[in-house]
Design a protein around this ligand. Structure first.
Ligand code: FMN
Length: 383
């Protein structure tokens, strides 16, 4: 990708004339590692379960991502770095030639529209279910299960107790992320976002509720960060730090996650990760009800905005105006939109014009056909 603005899209000065002032900061280009994002409205990673059962992307996904290529950065749904580790059944992978070829169609199509696209690389750890993986046991930092049931194509299945990884398995997992990053580049991606959020494998090392190891990968914050930092180091060495992003969610409770000191963990992560010169750090602020929850959220977000020296992408429950103001107040460099982008393939254009947004339909978030996936109307169609 270059820093040129493709003719199909307005240059910043052209755009400035048409942009509602209350969202104008979202449309300043952003230097993002090796690239320049043409705006600061990013597509958050969104699992949509439209791959084959062999974890190969489908033609429908090509349409879906191309429809959303006007984002400053398109971040893909979480994509498996290793076989036999599926958490949703029809989630995508990036470990086979067939998958690389299918993703290549998508990256080519997004690039043809002048878009920038990173793949979110992912290992679910204990969120993988043996029933979805030919009986293969799931793995994690410790032998602790997620409470409750997994939602799978076979219905609800109780999560199983994972096997605690050996040090050799941890090194093997680091290699899997590195190979996945190389495969993503072969598939034409501009970079990768390492998925360190939402209670999946990396987060299962980071946060104390899931990690009870007593070796060098458990106990202190420094030890719990070790696996993440090995992945970051391996991936940045393989494809370059300017092509590498990272997603974290220090207070998201999803997948039975909790930490004894999320603010301390976040501060240490922010300071340590500042040395790695990543394209961006993507933080899910996770809205929590009640004033105590909101204070907590503020402290966690501040840990990153105050201590991280690179680009911060913030996410969770943002509208256009709040996103704009957050950037203007130097609390973030870009905003990632999830659910609003599911329902509005032309979200940046709608923000720009101050147009009404389509309503999302949660019933079709994880279904497997085109309905509720590629049929949300564009602004001119809605009008
Ligand atoms: C249907 C759906 C699928 C999601 N899939 C992913 C995913 O693959 N990877 C990820 O990091 N987060 C995933 N998330 C979380 C979103 O990226 C985002 O953090 C969340 O929707 C909050 O942002 P929003 O308020 O803008 O929607 C998903 C959320 C939803 C609703």
């Amino acid at each position: 990708m270059s820093t040129d603005y493709p003719s199909a899209h307005p240059t910043p000065s052209e755009a400035a004339e048409q942009i509602k002032p209350e969202v104008a900061a979202l449309f300043n280009p952003l230097k993002l590692g090796d690239y320049t994002a043409r705006n600061r409205v990013f597509l958050a990673p969104l699992t949509r379960c439209r791959n084959t059962k062999d974890h190969v992307p489908t033609e429908m996904m090509n349409t879906y991502y191309t429809q959303r290529s006007g984002a400053g950065l398109v971040i893909t749904e979480c994509t498996l770095v290793a076989p036999k580790s599926s958490a949703f059944g029809t989630d995508p992978g990036i470990y086979s030639e067939e998958q690389i070829a299918a993703w290549k169609n998508i990256t080519e199509s997004v690039h043809a529209e002048g878009g920038l696209i990173f793949m979110q690389i992912w290992h679910p750890g204990r969120a993988a279910h043996p029933e979805l993986n030919d009986g293969v046991e799931s793995i994690s930092s410790s032998a602790l299960r997620i409470e409750g049931d997994a939602h799978t194509p076979m219905g609800r299945l109780e999560y199983t107790v994972p096997r605690a990884m050996t040090v050799d398995e941890i090194k093997g997992a680091v290699e899997a992320y590195v190979q996945a990053a190389k495969n993503a580049m072969e598939a034409g991606f501009d970079g990768v976002e390492i998925h360190g959020a939402n209670g999946y494998l990396i987060d299962q090392f980071l946060r104390s509720s899931a990690n009870q190891r007593t070796d060098e990968y458990g106990g202190s914050v420094e030890n719990r960060m070790r696996f993440l930092l090995e992945v970051v180091q391996g991936v940045t060495q393989a494809i370059g730090s300017g092509k590498t992003g990272l997603r974290l969610s220090p207070i998201n409770a999803f997948n039975s996650m909790k930490d004894e000191d999320p603010v301390g963990l976040s501060q240490t992560l922010a300071k340590t990760l500042s040395d790695h010169d990543l394209a961006y750090l993507h933080v899910i602020r996770s809205n929590i009800a009640g004033s105590e929850g909101q204070e907590h959220q503020k402290a966690v977000v501040a840990a990153f905005t105050e201590h991280y020296t690179g680009n911060v992408v913030l996410n969770c429950d943002f509208g256009g105006k709040e996103g704009n103001d957050t950037i203007l107040n130097d609390k973030a460099d870009a905003i990632a939109y999830g659910v609003p982008y599911i329902a509005n393939p032309d979200l940046p254009e709608r923000f720009k014009a101050g147009a009404a947004l389509n309503e999302p339909n949660p019933k079709t978030f994880y279904t497997t056909d085109a309905t509720g996936y590629i049929d949300y109307p564009f602004m001119d169609e809605s009008a």
